[in-house]
Design a protein around this ligand. Structure first.
Ligand code: NAD
Ligand code: MG
Length: 382
């Protein structure tokens, strides 16, 4: 029975992964957990699944959780704890949010474990280092678009750089402001931005979806995951979130994966591949009228998308800076220190200070992330 380490266990992806594991109790065993907040929930999961090891963020959290779990439970702390647990199970589900997920991504790959990856920020921020560390290992995406692409690509073509694929077409819901007139984008509230039309997700990715930065990060994620150049990655807006993405082949055929928006399906795919787990999360009902529409993104009104392509083309540390500055700007918006319409300009202004920074080691990535955060904080404050 494959063992699973679930890192970021208390979040949106984390709790949906627990749902999948509950539905497949005889097929997987949960051997490690990690979480950054909600320690009571984390402890409850340790107890429910009799998990022998758990990682928390700070020493103080370790003291708190110590009182809530059996004395035999091993408790680890910080990035080193994440990295250690990521390498301990057959499958590492990285459901941490933000750059903090880097230790889990690298920990799983260094140990040669299956990486089931929701944490796109680590891949975007550290692509050249991940590429070196993974040594050809497949990464199993949880992000719904990338799971769709993974399913449409199948196993063939990896070794020749997917020569027969002409392009990958990522679908985007367009977020809550897809149809808003440009003038109205100037006065968006926190509450409006947190209301996603088709998905219920953590706060950071919900805001990223409203600015289309999420799609920008996903373009870079797709290129890094599959080793496909940015020129072969396109974006189309599809408000229903039923077609999760598409792959167009050189003969003109387009393959798509369809399901109701339910993250438990891509989670199950990442755990079970190459096999399918029985369960039917997201199954379609075509007896209802299913409407599928597609439209071009509003590039000028949602500049995050172009900014992400540009950062990807610059390469090296530019995507690291993009992602780090975005984290700072989104955090400031959620704290009411920044207007919604200033999130992407903060990222752009931070990137203006970026001076080519090569990423060879993990330490280079941490340094680039720290440098970008420092500048982004100053940009937010001015
Ligand atoms: P979330 O905020 O709901 O959960 C994040 C989890 O990470 C929580 O368990 C939190 O405690 C934990 N965490 C944060 N910092 C940590 C640290 N330093 N150490 C240990 N744990 C830490 O976020 P989410 O919506 O579940 O998203 C998680 C990741 O999955 C993100 O990268 C997101 O982009 C990606 N993703 C999410 C969805 C979705 O539907 N929610 C879809 C696609 C991709
Ligand atoms: Mg996605």
């Amino acid at each position: 029975m494959p063992s699973v380490a679930l890192l970021g266990a208390t979040g949106s992806i984390g709790t949906q992964t627990l749902d999948v594991l509950r539905a497949h109790r005889d097929e997987f065993t949960l051997v490690a957990l990690a979480g950054g907040q909600r320690l009571a929930e984390l402890a409850a999961t340790v107890n429910e699944f009799s998990v022998p090891a758990v990682a928390v963020r700070h020493e103080a959290d370790a003291t708190t959780i110590r009182g809530l779990v059996p004395t035999s439970t091993e408790i680890l702390v910080g990035p080193a704890g994440l990295e250690e647990l990521a390498g301990r199970a057959d499958i590492c589900v990285n459901a941490v949010v933000g750059f903090a997920g880097l230790s889990a991504t690298l920990g799983a790959l260094r140990a040669g474990r299956r990486l089931a990856l929701a944490n796109k920020e680590s891949l975007v921020a550290a692509a050249p280092v991940v590429e070196r560390v993974r040594q050809g290992q497949v990464i199993y995406p949880i992000d719904s678009e990338h799971s769709a692409i993974f399913q449409c690509l199948g196993e063939s073509g990896r070794d020749d750089g997917y020569r027969e694929v002409s392009r990958i077409i990522l679908t985007a819901s367009g977020g809550p402001f897809r149809t808003w007139p440009r003038e109205d984008l100037q006065r968006i509230t926190r509450e409006q931005a947190l209301r996603h039309p088709t998905w219920a997700m953590g706060a950071k990715i919900t805001i990223d979806s409203s600015t289309l930065m999420n799609k920008g990060l996903e373009v870079l994620e797709a290129s890094a995951l599959f080793g496909i150049e940015l020129d072969r990655v396109d974006v189309v807006v599809h408000p229903q979130s039923i077609v999760h993405s598409m792959v167009e082949y050189i003969d003109g055929a387009t393959l798509a994966q369809l399901s109701e928006p339910d993250m438990r399906l891509p989670i199950a795919v990442s755990l079970g591949a190459p096999h399918r787990l029985a369960g039917g999360f997201g199954r379609m009902d075509f007896s209802k009228n299913v409407e599928l529409t597609f439209e071009a993104p509003r590039w000028d009104d949602f500049p995050a998308l172009r900014l992400a392509y540009d950062a990807g083309r610059r390469g090296h540390g530019a995507p690291t800076w993009l992602s780090a500055a975005n984290e700072i700007a989104v955090e400031a918006f959620l704290d009411d220190r920044l207007a919604w319409c200033d999130i992407v300009p903060v990222v752009a202004a931070t990137l203006d200070s970026y001076d080519d920074q090569e990423l060879v080691t993990e330490a280079d990535v941490w340094a680039a992330d720290a440098a970008a955060r420092d500048i982004a904080r100053r940009v937010v404050a001015r």
